[in-house]
Design a protein around this ligand. Structure first.
Ligand code: SF4
Length: 369
């Protein structure tokens, strides 16, 4: 299994919490940028000719803000130059403030069969405070346009003046609008973002309050039939994100566009996050890679453990042995002994017990050699 990721770094406006590689105000160069993405995809195609891809993911930024014909063009290129499975999962991230019926129709014709819509909150005051460009009503309209296609909604917790009712309202709205998958993220106030000031001012809920919000949301999600399969991801049966599961299973993926990362043949590499540098490199026939290296030995082992233990399926002992030729309980004897009460082993898999999954970071630190 392998995935294709395409990064679209344009947004209408910068949200107050955003630390992603996104450039508001540069939409004017999106056509030129996409021409470079097409070229990068063409350049990479020969070396990936024999690889089968099962997922495509348009992430950002806001992929739905650019000319939809560029998304159609990307999909045509994926089909002509890459070996894409007939039943591939093809996802696009959508901001409710940027969609039209025409765009959704073109996306569907291009083969997009999964829509990830950023709701974040059903409270318009909170949305405005976050700097989001849409209202809760816009989310409903976007979902109506998307129709009965596979839908994910992003919901945030840990927000300023956010009540448990606000969280219930967001989850209920996503559910009412037909979401088969809900991603529940806690706000991370990153240094350098405007929201960091709120954090410094003590205006955001502390870690214990956020943990309570998470437990509260998780209980509601369970009641509504959304099963947790990763610490932040909940899905109706059969609607887990194949693209993200591939990341957590340490599967291969190729990333195109500014700041995109790839993992192919044991090698991880990342493109520059500088938009001008990215365009210059591609125009002069260079790969815009700034970070590149094989992941081997203990690093590779830790990586597999760290990714797998985020998920409810956990780590396959057989897969570990097959990959590294050694036994997980032997390699990680000390951290396993220290964390035994947080873990369980069933059917050849080790996983963090359900009630401790939210605090997995504290547990995983011990596995880092
Ligand atoms: S829409 Fe997403 S990528 Fe764009 S600024 Fe907001 S959070 Fe960042």
């Amino acid at each position: 299994m392998a995935g294709i990721y395409i990064h679209i770094p344009f947004c209408k406006a910068k949200c107050r919490y955003c630390d992603f590689t996104s450039y508001p105000g540069k939409l004017g160069i999106s056509d030129a940028y996409m021409a470079c993405v097409f070229k990068e995809m063409k350049l990479r195609a020969p070396e990936l000719r024999n690889k089968r891809f099962d997922t495509v993911y348009f992430g950002g930024g806001t992929p739905s803000v650019i000319d939809p014909m560029s998304i159609v063009g990307c999909m045509n290129l994926v089909r002509s130059d890459y070996n894409l499975a007939d039943d591939a999962e093809v996802t696009i991230e959508v901001n409710p403030g940027t969609v039209t019926a025409e765009k959704i129709s073109l996306y569907k014709k291009a083969g997009i069969n999964r829509f990830s819509v950023g709701l974040q909150s059903a409270n318009d005051r909170i949305l405005s405070d976050l700097g989001r460009i849409h209202t809760a009503k816009d989310f409903e309209v976007a979902c109506d346009l998307i129709g009965d296609a596979n839908l994910n909604a992003d919901v945030m917790i840990g927000l300023k003046d956010q009540t448990l009712k606000d969280i219930d309202d967001a989850v209920m709205l996503a559910s009412k609008c037909g979401a088969k998958h809900i991603s529940l993220y806690a706000l991370t106030p990153e240094d350098g973002t405007p929201i960091y000031t709120d954090y410094l001012n003590g205006e955001l809920p502390d870690a214990d309050e956020v943990a309570d919000q998470y437990d509260h949301a998780r209980a509601l999600l369970k009641e509504l039939g959304y099963l947790r399969y990763e610490v932040s991801n909940f899905a109706k049966k059969g609607f887990q994100s194949g693209h993200n599961l591939n990341y957590w299973r340490r599967g291969e993926y190729i990333g195109f566009g500014v700041a995109a990362s790839s993992f192919i043949g044991g090698r991880r590499f990342t493109n520059t996050a500088d938009l001008d540098d990215y365009i210059k490199c591609i125009m002069t026939n260079y790969y815009p890679v700034v970070d590149d290296g094989m992941v081997e030995g203990d690093d590779a082992k830790f990586e597999m453990v760290m990714l797998a233990l985020r998920t409810s399926e956990g780590l396959s002992l057989a897969k570990y042995k097959n990959e590294f030729g050694t036994d997980f309980p032997v390699d990680f004897f000390e951290p396993l002994k220290k964390n035994v009460k947080f873990l369980e082993c069933k059917n050849g898999r080790v996983r963090i017990k359900d009630k401790y999954l939210y605090v997995q970071n504290r547990i995983l630190t011990d596995f880092l050699h």
